[in-house]
Design a protein around this ligand. Structure first.
Ligand code: HEC
Length: 179
């Protein structure tokens, strides 16, 4: 190895040593103080009560809504349904089957009405409160393939009113589910 190379290697090494030394010294002089709790609390206006949190956005169960439902309001809310359904006893089928006595009636069971295959496949179920609530909310989401071309009733309380009203359309209304 020649002398020049040795000098260069020595210079590099000593530079490294100086840098390392400085690093150690500054580490001692400027030793960072770590806080006991990292970070700090931002003031938050997020609600702390559960009622105002995401849970409030969820719908109340139909039984809870039925407890405060009003069939008279429901009767007013079914205007849009009348384009396709009759509601009186002995009423005819129109675009949709008659809805007298629909509460607790087996799904797709009005004789002579041409139900969709999707509805016929559910004939083992009945139109209880929960089913009516779900179907009226969004027919196509609740029963893909249904022929009920209706967007749905978005307001949960309005649907409860409608279910309560539908239940009055019977010779003997059924007991509604209690919360
Ligand atoms: C555009 C026409 C139309 C409108 C509006 C409409 N429906 Fe229907 N409805 C239908 C049709 C068609 C069916 C049969 C669906 C099938 O076979 O899949 C049906 C079926 C039903 C059924 C099932 C009945 C059974 O015998 O199984 C219920 C309950 C019902 N509708 C309630 C309502 C209510 C409540 C409204 C108003 C909020 C409404 N519908 C609005 C056309 C309509």
């Amino acid at each position: 190895m020649n002398i020049e190379a040795n000098k260069i290697a020595g210079a590099v090494l000593s530079t490294l040593l100086v840098v390392m030394g400085l690093n150690m010294v500054s580490g001692i002089v400027f030793a960072p103080k770590k806080p006991a709790v990292p970070g700090f609390d931002l003031p938050s206006d997020e609600p702390t009560t559960a009622a105002a949190g995401p849970a409030a956005a969820a719908e109340e169960p139909i039984a809870v809504r039925l407890a405060k439902a009003d069939p008279a309001r429901g009767e007013k809310a079914i205007g849009a349904c009348k384009a396709c359904h009759t509601f009186e006893k002995g009423g005819a089928n129109k675009v949709g089957p008659h809805l007298y006595d629909v509460y607790a009636r087996p799904k797709g069971s009005v004789a002579g009405f041409g139900y969709s295959a999707a509805m016929k496949s559910k004939s083992g179920e009945a139109w209880e409160a929960e089913q009516l609530d779900g179907f009226i909310k969004n027919p196509k989401a609740y029963l893909p393939g249904t022929s009920m071309a209706f967007a749905g009733v978005g307001k949960p309380d309005a649907r409860a009113d409608i279910v309560a009203y539908l239940n009055t359309l019977a010779d003997a209304p059924k007991p509604l589910p209690k919360p």
